[in-house]
Design a protein around this ligand. Sequence first.
Ligand code: 3SL
Length: 235
Amino acid sequence: MQKSIEIVLSPLLLPLVDLKGKAVVVIDILRATSTICAALHNGASSVTPVLSVDEALQYDKSKYLVAGERNGQKAEGFDFGNSPNEYTPELVQGRKLVLTTTNGTKCILASREADEILVGSFFNLARLSEYLSDREKSVVLFCSGWKNRVNLEDTLFAGYLAQSLSETHTWESDEVELALDLVAKAQYDPIEYLTKASHAQRFARLGNDQDLRTCLQFDRHPVVVKYRGGELIAR
Ligand code: 3SL
């Protein structure tokens, strides 16, 4: 079977792509999909993505840890914000989480037409690439961006993942070429390249510089994350 790669650079472009029969990888490097990989690799039993703060707060706190952010800051009444560094094994082992974020969780929920929904981050790049190489499926790399705008970090990561799938997948796509050009520019130093990203500057204003360095670490949490029955779980 001929397997293809497409890249969606912003949620506004999602309607142009047919997800049916394909695996979609949702990407929100800063920070939702990095946080999800960290939480599940550190032992959380599931992460339920939801759209709103109010919806998250309706979950029973004796069963769920309530997590997420709005505009980069922990929402009121939540147990956790959206920093992967918060989700230590001591705090999340065996726990169910409910998570809502500005962009990433929305994109996961918007991908429901796909055959399979996966979560991508620098943390699980090699593991995810190995998984996708072995599947008989075309792949859509869905960049969450920032409030419908294209961003550098998600596009760069999509480029690394496309590059690592180049022996098993093909493309005819300017989006893929553009993402690969970013990889050629950044080489293997995403931290240096992404200091100019608007979200890096937002982090600097919020005092979140540490999260930028954390989220750009390759293969720190090698886990395949799948959405199934309303929950994200480690496969
Ligand atoms: O938008 C999102 O889903 C978040 O990852 C944004 S933030 O990094 O927590 O600000």
